[in-house]
Design a protein around this ligand. Sequence first.
Ligand code: FAD
Length: 479
Amino acid sequence: MPDDRPSFPARPVAPVTLSRLKAACDGWLETEADTERYRTAWRDGWRGTADLVLRPKTTEEVARLVRICAETRTPIVPQSGNTGLTGGGQPHAGGGEVILSTERLREIRAVDPLDDAMSVEAGVTLAEAQAEAEKVDRLFPLSLAAEGTCCIGGNVATNAGGVQVLRYGTMRALVLGLEVVTAEGEIWDGLRTLRKDNAGYDLKQLFIGSEGTLGIVTAAALRLFPRPKDAATALLSLPSAETGVRLLAALKSALGERLTAFELMHPSCFDWATETLGHADPLPGAGWRALIQADGPGPQGAMREALEQALAGRMEAGEVLDGVLAETVAQADALWRIREDQAEVQKRVGAGVKHDVSVPVPRIPAFLEAADAALEARFPGTRPCTFGHLGDGNLHYNPVRPADMDDAAWRAATLEVNAIVHDLVARFGGSITAEHGVGRLRRAELGRVRSGTELDLMRRVKRALDPQGLLNPGKVLPD
Ligand code: FAD
């Protein structure tokens, strides 16, 4: 874990401030035991100290609390479902911060199928938002493995992506409007559902992906889509990652918008999924795999036929070696589970250095080749464990410790591994974080890979919206 000391002197929040915050909040937690789950991340050991966890129930309550924090210069760590993977939602170790969790802002404010839109509060989980859309025969298409726990507030704050970005885009494309409490405790009601709105700057885009550093998201107006009534899922064995890129292009041409997901997985992902979680490998001994999903309006079976047709010539073209097409929803779910469990698999395998990078899709094979070779040269025996959303150029490139290297030495090499991978990402025109965000994990790296001009513009935005620097200090922007 890189050095994560904040750039503010940690001093405990004054007792009088804590009393004011408690009096203004319907639900707060204070003891070590009660605050443990808010102070600790699910993975990677991020944890810290919070003088208080505030759990307001309404936007007005959030605003009241933020005003007290602004008056008393109390730093705030916003949080929703606490599933983030970059240490952005945890306080620092020294204390002196309060966590403001939006998990109890739980209202579904409006669902309008005629407008293909719904407005929900920040503490509604992603799975609940999906279910609300389904009730009116619509789809809210953001989908990711943490969807039962992560919340809309966190999804907005991290510009979450997931497995259907290829067809529907990230949260930037799915958010129509926002309600935000500013660093001064004002409420900005931008919960509009308009598709066209050129009246001034698009403020919501500033808050999306800002990881709690510019404002506290209390509600979001979300875009809905027709719910697909028919789906086809296939797992294919590929000769190489390079053929995966060609296959993706061919399927895009054949299926157009019906192609909703195209995931690429290294063979070791399957080996470890079998070993650690007991998954059955549907294509034992195969090399790179592609997990593909196509959705359509129906009738039932039409998508399977369309996918079969689209794949028909691909074997002859040498892009596919073998494959299975799910016959039932249960089979499709089982294939997806192997993909969705990869975060858990990695947690159990341990010893992986995590990267969440994006590279232009046609350059992915060359990037993989260069990164694998560079790591092999520096750390012989490094085992690749790469998976990700090939359709979006987004790879979780997580090399695992060489078998003959001890854990401590590999952990000590983390920053060097990061630098090797991220330098190549830059060389191939990519980004050091495609969907998980910067948080604390990539803060120093951001300073290394983005230009001085770009960083200066970001700092000016931060100063304009959070002049006292109280919202999630020590996150995202490097010192
Ligand atoms: P939190 O973890 O609570 O917070 C994340 C960040 O947002 C923090 O910086 C926090 O300060 C800020 N924040 C939280 N709530 C607010 C708010 N109301 N206002 C302002 N700032 C706020 N992510 C993807 O994009 N794609 C994936 O495919 C994906 N897969 C995952 C799989 C697993 C198993 C896990 C554990 C995580 C995965 N993630 C993925 C990461 C994570 O789930 C997402 O980043 C998610 O959007 C975070 O939502 P959350 O509610 O848990 O946010």
